[in-house]
Write a protein that binds this ligand. Structure first.
Ligand code: SAH
Ligand code: SF4
Length: 372
């Protein structure tokens, strides 16, 4: 008799219950799940992996998320903010090394100086690359006006993880105030889509209080929102955060890693033509964690190009790869490791989300159905 996973994959209906079964799969069933997600990846988004040079340009943050190592109330972190020149040099490095795109990421600030600084930097990055470098922003919740200004200045993708799509779980992970509102975060995702960004979201996997149903709900949330890109990865505890109190309730780190791979595989089956990033947190657990994710469905890698002296202070979680691991993200190393998992590097390409273009086709035109 065929196992449950085979049946689900064969019949193609992916509701909450079926997704939970897939997320729990192990052993031979898991191998089957992975071979299906790898097949779908190849068929719908091809054999390439695209790069986004990650510039963590500041760890100064106004927010106080309970899980994050650079939250406002962690006084142990040395705060930094790269100069414009350092940011532009990193962008130029990405351009010259054919990474194709950069991600500008930081703690969340929402003042007008911050907004106009980003606008200026976006224009400069476009200029130094002759318009050829793609730019993703990941700097949190902002007003519609600011999102629009940045879009017009050249940012075309935005990453804003919902962190946990179940509002009840979200509330356990954040302080209960206006700065940390689930509704506001959701509205920001709608705004980003409305303005025209390729819109990315994601969640942390293996959080305290999180259930398999929550995770299945996260995947359905992404599907319902018709999201273009996803970056999701394991939650990794940080000693100087309130959530460390729940350390004993966590899944072992290896299990969080395995579950993250299952999430990526199921998402690839559920949303065939989106971009899925292999998160840095996977690499923090397993040196070839990102390549393992690429093998089973991810198609984006974000090599860290933050200058070494700062990188060690962008400690969202413990064991984040250090500046001394820098060579791991060199072009040659990436190329060699990707070869191991039989995919090609898409050097110099933007690697935009195919889903974005499908989603935006004018009404009335034939929207290709994604039958595998
Ligand atoms: N401040 C912005 C972007 C930087 S934080 C924002 O919050 O949107 C980027 C991501 O780091 C967050 O979305 C969160 O999912 C992740 N992160 C923070 N703390 C983490 C932890 N302890 N383990 C794993 N990921 C974490
Ligand atoms: Fe700030 Fe982002 Fe960390 Fe929350 S997750 S504390 S917004 S850097």
């Amino acid at each position: 008799m065929k196992n449950k996973v085979s049946n689900i994959l064969k019949h193609g209906k992916l509701g909450l219950e079926e997704i939970v079964t897939l997320l729990r799969s192990d052993g031979a069933e898991r191998t089957e799940l992975f071979s299906e997600s790898a097949r779908i990846r190849r068929k719908y988004v091809g054999n390439r992996v695209y790069f986004r040079g990650l510039i963590e340009f500041s760890n100064i943050c106004d927010k106080n998320c309970y899980y994050c190592g650079i939250r406002r109330d962690n006084k142990e972190v040395e705060r930094y903010s790269l100069s414009d020149k350092e940011i532009l040099d990193a962008a130029l490095y990405a351009f010259e090394n054919k990474y194709g795109s950069v991600v500008l990421q930081s703690g969340e600030l929402s003042n007008s100086r911050f907004a106009s600084r980003i606008t200026r930097l976006l224009k400069e990055i476009k200029k130094l690359s002759g318009g050829k470098l793609g730019i993703t922003l990941s700097v949190g919740e902002q007003t519609e006006e600011v999102y629009r200004e940045w879009f017009e200045a050249g940012a075309h993708r935005y990453l804003l993880r919902i962190e946990a799509s179940n509002p009840g779980l979200y509330a356990k992970l954040h302080p209960d105030d206006n700065l940390h509102s689930y509704q506001r975060r959701l509205e920001c995702l709608y705004l980003l889509q409305k303005i025209g960004y390729q819109t990315g979201t994601g969640v942390m996997i293996g959080l305290p209080f999180q259930t398999y149903e929550d995770l299945a709900g996260d995947l359905l949330f992404m599907k319902n929102l018709d999201i273009d890109m996803v970056g999701m990865g394991p939650y990794i505890e940080h000693a100087n955060t309130p959530m460390i109190d729940y350390k004993s309730e966590l899944l072992p780190i290896k299990a969080r890693f395995e579950l993250s791979l299952n999430m990526i595989a199921v998402l690839r089956i559920l949303m065939k033509d989106i971009n899925i990033a292999a998160s840095t947190a996977l690499q923090a657990i397993d040196p070839i964690g990102r390549e393992k994710a690429v093998k089973i469905g991810a198609n984006v890698i974000m090599p860290n190009i933050t200058p070494g002296i700062y990188r060690d202070n962008y400690n969202l979680y413990e064991n984040k790869p250090l500046s001394t691991d820098e060579d791991d993200d060199s072009k040659e190393c990436l190329e060699a490791r990707l070869k191991m998992v039989d995919v090609e590097p898409g050097f110099g390409e933007w690697g935009d989300s195919k889903h974005y273009f499908e989603r935006r086709k004018p009404r009335g035109s034939v929207r290709k159905t994604l039958r595998s």
